[in-house]
Design a protein around this ligand. Structure first.
Ligand code: ADP
Ligand code: MG
Length: 250
């Protein structure tokens, strides 16, 4: 479903991604862990097209984007398909970014209405379906400020799901939440995973990552130092740096 090859990305003189290769199969849940500044968000932002790759290839569900070095020259790979790809990738951020002057239902309906151009009725029923899924159908008429942080993040998840993405990316979805609200959001993400969604989750909730992931990837200074099934990565990490990182959380 996702294939990344030799992905690099720099901001000015700072190379943030230094040649990342990653495969995510359909229905697979991948947790991306690593220290702050290691490039986790940049990697997600490249996958959903918020950042352009510097060099390398990213393929999502058959749509290819990126820049390839051929015959000593950089070739742009299909920018039109890259734009189409953006709508196929759902992303949930640390901060929820809901529109405060719109109801929960309106927030979830917006993107399908304006990006997919679906009818009001169809957008409404799709939105209600997703709100149901995250357990917030009864809050449809409320405004974001009337909801807890955990509920707002669940609305943000419903909003992303409403676009029927082929891939879901979560960037530290519980980092902004009070500890007692983390569980309800992780439960929703777990449900979505159980429904067979393909997803990449950046998280510091290592117990959750261990529980939900098929594959765990440890990013260190812009390279994937180690990856594998959770039992292996958490239980028998091969690299000293992976061990050092994991020890900070236990
Ligand atoms: P992580 O999510 O793992 O904490 P990021 O991908 O956010 O790491 O950032 C990796 C590095 O890239 C950091 O040093 C950060 O300051 C830098 N960086 C990220 N985005 C930008 C940007 N738009 N402009 C300049 N530097 C950036
Ligand atoms: Mg980040």
């Amino acid at each position: 479903m996702i294939r990344i090859r030799s992905l690099t990305k720099s901001f000015g003189a700072l190379q943030v991604l230094k040649g990342v290769d990653l495969d995510v199969h359909r229905g697979e849940v991948v947790s991306l862990i690593g220290a702050s500044g290691s490039g986790k968000s940049t990697l997600l932002r490249c996958i959903n097209g918020l950042e352009d790759p510097e060099t390398g290839l990213i393929e999502v569900d058959g749509a290819l984007m990126g820049r390839e070095l051929r015959g000593g020259r950089i070739h742009e790979v299909s920018p039109r398909r890259a734009r189409a790809q953006r709508a196929e990738v759902g992303m949930v951020f640390q901060s929820f970014h809901l529109f405060g002057h719109r109801t929960v239902l309106e927030n979830v309906m917006l993107a399908p209405r304006h990006v997919r151009r679906v009818s009001r009725d169809a957008a409404r029923s799709a939105a209600m379906e997703q709100l149901e899924r995250v357990g917030l159908a009864d809050k449809a008429g409320n405004y974001p400020r009337q909801l807890s942080g955990g509920q707002q993040q669940r609305v943000a998840i419903a909003r992303a799901l409403c676009m029927r993405p082929t891939v879901m990316l979560f960037d530290e979805p519980t980092s902004a939440l009070d500890p007692e609200l983390v569980g309800e959001v992780l439960d929703v993400i777990k449900d979505i995973a159980a429904d067979g969604a393909t997803m990449i989750i950046v998280t510091h909730e290592l117990a959750f990552a261990r529980d939900v992931s098929d594959q765990v990837v440890f990013l260190h200074h812009g390279t994937i130092l180690e990856s594998g099934p959770p039992e292996q990565l958490f239980g028998a990490p091969r690299h000293e740096r992976t061990r050092a990182f994991l020890q900070r959380f236990t």
